[in-house]
Design a binder for this molecule. Structure first.
Ligand SMILES: [Zn+2]
Length: 251
C-alpha cells in the first residue's frame, strides 16, 4: 500500500485528478461515508475508462472494507466494480508497482466480497433493491470473477442489455445483435440453478444472484452472453464473449 501523501499520487490519473483527496477523506472518516465512496468511484470509473489511480486506490479500499457494515461493503463493491473491470481492457504490465498494488487491493477485496455473495442476510437486503443488487452483482463479478466479462456486461448497459456487438476474425461484424430476439447463429447455453453457496461456476452464481434479487435486465441475456456464435460469413464457432471482446478492442 502506497501512502496517500506519497509523490506518486501527483502523477496518477483519475477523471477529476483528485482521487487521493477524496480517498483521504474517506479513509479519515470525514463526511458521509457513502457520498465519499460514490465520489471516489465516479472519479475512477468515469465513462468506463481505466485510470492509473485505481491500482493505487484499491489497497486503501481493501483496508477500509473489513471495518464496514455488510450493507456498506455491498455499496462499496457495487460502486467500485466498473473501475476494477476497466483494467481488463488496459491490462497492467506484470512486475510493476501498479500491478502489485492492484493485486494487493483486489485480493483484499476478494476476501470481503466472496462471503457476501453467499450470505442470506445480503440476499435478503438486495431483494428489495434490484438496482443496487445488479450493480453489486457486476461489481462482485469484477472482483471475484472474470473482469472482462464484467466489463462487457457494463458495456451492454449502453443498450440496456437489449443489443450486443460481435466481430469475427474474418471481418464480419454486427453492432446490433438483438439479445431479446436473438438470431439463429447465436446459441444460448443452459445455465444450471444456483445452490446459493457455491462460487465455482461463474455463470451459475451470477445468474442465480441476479435472479434472486429480481433483476430482469441482465439475467435473461446471460445464456447468450455465455453462449456460442457461428459466424454467418465464414461459419467459425466461437464463444460470444470472444466476439464481443474482439469488437470492443477494435472500436
Ligand atoms: Zn467469420
Amino acid at each position: 500500500m502506497i501512502r496517500l501523501d506519497a509523490p506518486i499520487w501527483k502523477k496518477l490519473s483519475s477523471a477529476g485528478n483528485d482521487a487521493d483527496r477524496w480517498l483521504r477523506e474517506l479513509m479519515e472518516g470525514k463526511g458521509d461515508l457513502r457520498e465519499s465512496i460514490e465520489v471516489v468511484a465516479e472519479d475512477l470509473s468515469h465513462q468506463l475508462s481505466w485510470y492509473s489511480a485505481t491500482a493505487y486506490a484499491l489497497p486503501h479500499l481493501a483496508a477500509l472494507c473489513p471495518g464496514l457494515s455488510k450493507e456498506d461493503k455491498v455499496f462499496l463493491i457495487a460502486q467500485m466494480g466498473a473501475a476494477i473491470a476497466a483494467e481488463a481492457v488496459e491490462p497492467l504490465e506484470l512486475d510493476t508497482e501498479a500491478y502489485r498494488e492492484f493485486r494487493e487491493g483486489l485480493e483484499g477485496l476478494r476476501r470481503e466480497t466472496a462471503p457476501l455473495l453467499t450470505d442470506p442476510e445480503v440476499h435478503k437486503q438486495l431483494c428489495g433493491e434490484a438496482e443496487l443488487g445488479t450493480m453489486f452483482a457486476l461489481g462482485a463479478l469484477a472482483v471475484v470473477g472474470d473482469r472482462k466479462h464484467a466489463y462487457d456486461l457494463w458495456y451492454l448497459s449502453g443498450s440496456t442489455w437489449e443489443e450486443g456487438p460481435a466481430a469475427c476474425e474474418c471481418g464480419w461484424e454486427d453492432e446490433t445483435i438483438s439479445l431479446i430476439e436473438p438470431p439463429e447463429f447465436l446459441e444460448p447455453v443452459e445455465i444450471g440453478l444456483w445452490d446459493r453457496r457455491s462460487l465455482e461456476d461463474e455463470a451459475v452464481w451470477l445468474s442465480g444472484l441476479l435472479s434472486l434479487i429480481g433483476d430482469e435486465m441482465i439475467a435473461p441475456i446471460l445464456p447468450l452472453a455465455y453462449g456460442t456464435g457461428t459466424c454467418p460469413e465464414c461459419g467459425k464457432r466461437e464463444p460470444y464473449w470472444t466476439w464481443m471482446d474482439r469488437f470492443v478492442e477494435e472500436c
